[in-house]
Design a protein around this ligand. Structure first.
Ligand SMILES: [Zn+2]
Length: 398
């Protein structure tokens, strides 16, 4: 078969300069002389020594919440999670643009930055029902050529305090959502056992995983983490459960941290952090040392919860490094992988190393190392999806 494209002068993480020969959506060959003997008629792309990287995975976003695509809407303050939920609902009733339009605009931004796979939580409540989910599922059709999308049925307004929500979560999984969500069993529903019974029973019924937002702090949050770990192991869901935020892990004494991290590691419960400001955050290296899997994600990207965020995972990784005081090349490279390899594995996405036979999904960054890429956060990147350049310099070209 005649190759579709030769990519020359790309730099591996180890610093070697290589060529890639692409056969449509696959890498046919990669190596120092891989492109040497191919037909001169095959189109060539000069990567100019740029760094060859796996594409980014944003394992926690909210496609239905984003206000991207609209003129800037001033942030509505709310000092508790419950007040912000109500503020968001009142905003949601008046937003002029559909979820399809806003979520689609965000997906296009993400793809332009080199994020080719996402997990989106989608609000499920008795007011919106499954409408947001249906809209996000339709984005799989309209935008699946750019980004792979997983969905979580997310009870943003609680489960027990909003009767009828448990049935809607069940209906959401039946309608095509990939995972069951949860939210602060104590802080929102004031009933840890009741909340976890409700969401784990839906997950067990369909054999799907869970991804639970947990903002509850201190010893209470740690207790909830251990409850989640116990239920995960009891139902055989090891490797299929994520707890998002878990701020409490950043404020425990050594004994309680050790007990909680051990429970998470044993049950394969992973942690997502967006490295948020002004709250404690899970300590990345201590958790890794305890065997807990962790990844980094953007979460709210310009929505009712935050006016900030542009969707760029390199920017998010940089924020994480600032918050964890990471400075060495080794730490920066490890942080980079929290936005590529780690979420791909935790989300159950096949991680195809950049080798012959793999899908030709990759990003070329103007940097000599992962550490430089994290430090410089260059926008001037080239994004390949299925063997085709889909974005350059932060803009889609398809
Ligand atoms: Zn979230």
């Amino acid at each position: 078969m005649t190759p579709s494209l030769a990519v020359e002068n790309a730099r591996t993480e180890a610093g070697e300069i290589v060529s890639l020969v692409l056969n449509n959506d696959r890498i046919a060959a990669i190596g120092l002389h891989a492109a040497a003997g191919i037909d001169l008629a095959v189109p060539r792309f000069d990567a100019a020594g740029g760094l060859l990287c796996l594409p980014f995975v944003d394992g926690h976003i909210h496609l239905d919440k984003t206000l991207i695509g609209l003129p800037f809407i001033p942030h509505i303050p709310g000092d508790t999670v419950a007040r912000r939920i109500e503020a968001e609902k009142s905003l949601r009733r008046t937003v002029a643009l559909s979820v399809e339009a806003r979520g689609g605009a965000l997906l296009e931004k993400l793809a332009a930055y080199g994020t080719l796979s996402v997990r989106s939580h989608v609000d499920i409540d008795t007011e919106v029902g499954l409408k947001g989910l249906e809209a996000v599922l339709s984005l799989k059709q309209s935008h699946g050529h750019l980004v792979d999308i997983q969905t979580v049925a997310f009870p943003q307004s609680g489960v027990l305090r909003n009767p009828g929500t448990a049935g809607l979560l069940d209906a959401a999984i039946a309608a095509g959502a990939d995972l069951v969500g949860g939210l602060d069993p104590a802080g929102i529903d004031n009933d840890v056992t009741g909340h976890l019974d409700a969401i784990f029973s839906v997950a067990a019924k369909y054999g799907v995983g869970l991804d639970i937002h947990l903002h509850d702090g201190g010893a209470l949050g740690a207790f909830e983490l251990r409850q989640i770990a116990d239920r995960t192991a009891a139902l055989g869901l090891e490797g299929k459960v994520v707890v998002s935020h878990a701020f409490c892990l950043g404020e425990l004494d050594d004994a309680e941290f050790g007990r909680t991290a051990a429970a998470l590691a044993r049950s394969g419960v992973a942690i997502m952090t967006s490295a948020p400001g002004a709250v404690p955050m899970p300590p990345v290296k201590r958790l890794a040392a305890a065997g807990v899997r962790l990844f980094c994600a953007n979460d709210n990207i310009r929505d009712a919860w935050s006016p900030f965020g542009n969707g760029d995972m390199l920017e998010r990784v940089g924020i994480l490094c600032d918050r964890q005081d990471f400075r060495s090349d080794e730490d920066l490279a490890a942080a980079f992988r929290l936005a590529t390899q780690a979420p791909a594995e935790i989300l159950g996405r096949p991680v195809e190393p950049l080798q012959a036979g793999s899908r030709a999904d990759f990003v070329i960054l103007p940097a000599a190392s992962l550490a430089e890429a994290v430090a410089a956060r260059p926008l001037d990147r080239i994004v390949f999806r299925g063997g085709t350049i889909i974005a350059r310099g932060g803009r889609l070209v398809v």
